[in-house]
Design a protein around this ligand. Structure first.
Ligand SMILES: NC(=O)c1ccc[n+]([C@@H]2O[C@H](COP(=O)([O-])OP(=O)(O)OC[C@H]3O[C@@H](n4cnc5c(N)ncnc54)[C@H](OP(=O)(O)O)[C@@H]3O)[C@@H](O)[C@H]2O)c1
Length: 412
C-alpha cells in the first residue's frame, strides 16, 4: 500500500487525489494533508482519511481547527486525532513525513515551492501538479532533485501525456527520471490547449471580459487561478517552461497547438517522424492516478473514451496577438535564470488583482511584461533559493505598485 501526502488537499487537484484514494482503498492510504483556509472541507477529509499529520498554511486558523477536531473527538466522531502544524514550517513538516512514499503537490502558486523542496530533500517521490514551483525555481529545484534521488512524476495532463508517450520509447529509463536531461530521439513536443474561456471571442470582445467570463472554462473544472491562466493562455506558456525543465528540450522543440475538444492531451514527435499521442476525456483524475500508480496501470470503471461520440478532433495555430502571455512565457523561459520566477510571480499577482476587479483582463499581460522588462537590470543566471524568493517578492510588489498607482500602462 502506498502512503500519500496531499499538499493543497482542499483544492481541485487535492480533492480529486483523495477521490482516487477512496476508489482504491487497497492501494493507497493518506498520511498527510495540508490546506490554507478551508477548514470545513479539511475537517471532513480528516474524518474520512485519518491522516497522521495535518498542516494549515494560515496559522491563525489553527485554534479553530483544533476546536472543531476536539468537538468531533468528544462526540466520538473522529477515529484518529492527527498531529497539527501551522505556517510554513508546518507545511514543510507534513511534506516530508517519514511514512510518506509519494507527495502530491496541489498547492496553487509559488507557495508550493518550499513544501515541494522539503519533500524532495526528504527523498519523497513527487506528483507535481503545482507547476509554478518548477517554473520559479528550476535552477534550484532540479539539482536538489538529482541529489535526493526523488522521482518527479508530472501530474499536469499535458506533461503526463508526454511522460506516458515516452514510456513506450527506447529511452523510457531516461524519460522516467524527468530531471531535465535531454531525451535522445525526441524531436518535438506539441502541447495541446483548449483555448480557454475566450477561445471563441474576438480580440475586440476581450475588452468587455469580466471575472465571471474568465473563470468559466469550457472543458476543465479547476481552481480560479489556473482557469484565468487558461483564458490568457499563460497556463500554456507556463507549461512550455515546465516541459523545457522536465524533458530537457529547447524552446524551439516545444509547440502549442489549440485543440478545442481537449481529447488529445499532448503529442511527441520522434526522430523517425512518428508522432505519439495520449487521448482521454478531459479529466484530471487520469493523470493524477498515473502518478500514483506508476509504473503500473490500475483497472478503473471510469467512462471510456468513445471517439464516435466526440465526432471531430480539430486543431488550430494559437493567435499570438490575442494571447500575448504565451510569447511572454517563451521569452522568459529562453532567458532562464530568475526571469521565469519574475514572470510567474507577476502573473500570480496580476491574476489576483484581476480576480479582485482591480485591473482589466487585458491588463494582465501588460503588467507581466513591465515586470519582466524591469527585471532585466537585476537578472541572475544561476540563482540560489534565496535569490529566487527575493525576485518573486520583488515582482509581486512591483505589480502591486503599478496597480495602486494606476499608471498610464493600464489605460492604454
Ligand atoms: N485544477 C486542475 O485541474 C489543475 C490541472 C493541472 C495543474 N494544476 C495545478 O495544480 C495546482 C493547484 O491547482 P488547483 O486548481 O487545484 O487550485 P485550487 O483549487 O485553487 O486549490 C489550491 C490549494 O492550495 C491551497 N492554498 C492556497 N493558498 C495557499 C498558500 N498560500 N499556502 C499553502 N496552501 C495554499 C488551498 O487551500 P484552501 O482551499 O484551504 O484555501 C487549496 O488546497 C496549481 O499549480 C495548478 O496550476 C491544476
Amino acid at each position: 500500500m502506498k502512503a500519500i501526502s496531499v499538499l493543497g488537499s482542499t483544492g481541485s487537484i487535492g480533492t480529486q487525489t483523495l477521490e482516487i484514494v477512496e476508489e482504491f482503498p487497497q492501494q493507497f492510504r493518506v498520511v498527510g494533508l495540508t490546506a490554507s483556509r478551508n477548514l470545513t472541507l479539511l475537517v471532513n477529509q480528516i474524518q474520512k482519511h485519518c491522516p497522521e499529520a495535518v498542516a494549515l498554511a494560515d496559522e491563525d486558523l489553527l485554534p479553530d481547527l483544533k476546536l472543531r477536531l476536539d468537538t468531533l473527538s468528544n462526540e466520538r466522531n473522529l477515529k484518529k486525532y492527527p498531529e497539527l502544524f501551522g505556517g510554513a514550517e508546518g507545511l514543510n513538516h507534513v511534506a516530508s513525513l517519514d511514512h510518506a512514499d509519494l507527495v502530491v503537490t496541489g498547492i496553487v502558486g509559488c507557495a508550493g515551492l518550499l513544501p515541494a523542496l522539503a519533500a524532495i530533500r526528504a527523498g519523497k517521490d513527487l506528483a507535481l501538479a503545482n507547476k509554478e514551483t518548477l517554473i520559479a525555481a528550476a535552477p534550484v529545484f532540479l539539482p536538489e532533485l538529482k541529489r535526493s534521488g526523488s522521482r518527479l512524476l508530472p501530474a499536469d495532463s499535458e506533461h503526463s501525456a508526454i511522460f506516458q508517450c515516452l514510456q513506450g520509447t527506447p529511452w523510457a529509463e531516461n524519460a522516467r527520471l524527468s530531471t531535465g536531461i535531454p531525451t535522445p530521439g525526441l524531436r518535438r513536443i506539441q502541447l495541446t490547449a483548449s483555448g480557454g474561456a475566450f477561445r471563441d471571442w474576438s480580440i475586440k470582445d476581450l475588452e468587455r471580459a469580466t471575472v465571471s467570463d474568465a473563470t468559466s472554462h469550457p472543458n476543465w473544472s479547476m481552481g480560479k487561478k489556473i482557469t484565468v491562466d487558461s483564458a490568457t493562455l499563460m497556463n500554456k506558456g507556463l507549461e512550455v517552461i515546465e516541459a523545457h525543465y522536465l524533458f530537457g528540450l529547447d524552446y524551439n522543440q516545444i509547440e502549442i497547438i489549440i485543440h478545442p475538444q481537449s481529447i488529445i492531451h499532448s503529442m511527441i514527435e520522434l526522430a523517425d517522424s512518428s508522432v505519439l499521442a495520449q487521448l482521454g476525456w478531459p479529466d484530471m483524475k487520469l493523470p493524477i492516478l498515473y502518478c500514483m500508480s506508476w509504473p503500473s496501470r490500475f483497472e478503473t470503471p471510469w467512462r471510456r473514451l468513445d471517439l464516435t461520440e466526440v465526432g471531430k478532433l480539430t486543431f488550430l495555430s494559437p493567435d499570438n496577438q490575442k494571447y500575448p502571455c504565451m510569447e511572454l512565457a517563451y521569452a522568459a523561459g529562453k532567458v532562464g535564470g530568475t526571469m521565469p520566477a519574475v514572470l510567474n510571480a507577476a502573473n500570480e499577482e496580476a491574476v489576483a488583482q484581476f480576480l479582485n476587479e482591480k485591473i482589466h483582463f487585458l491588463d494582465i499581460p501588460k503588467v507581466i511584461e513591465e515586470s519582466c522588462e524591469k527585471h532585466k537590470n537585476d537578472f541572475q543566471d544561476n540563482p540560489t533559493l534565496e535569490e529566487v524568493l527575493s525576485v518573486d517578492a520583488w515582482s509581486r510588489k512591483f505589480v502591486k505598485e503599478i496597480v495602486s498607482k494606476g499608471t498610464s500602462l493600464l489605460k492604454g
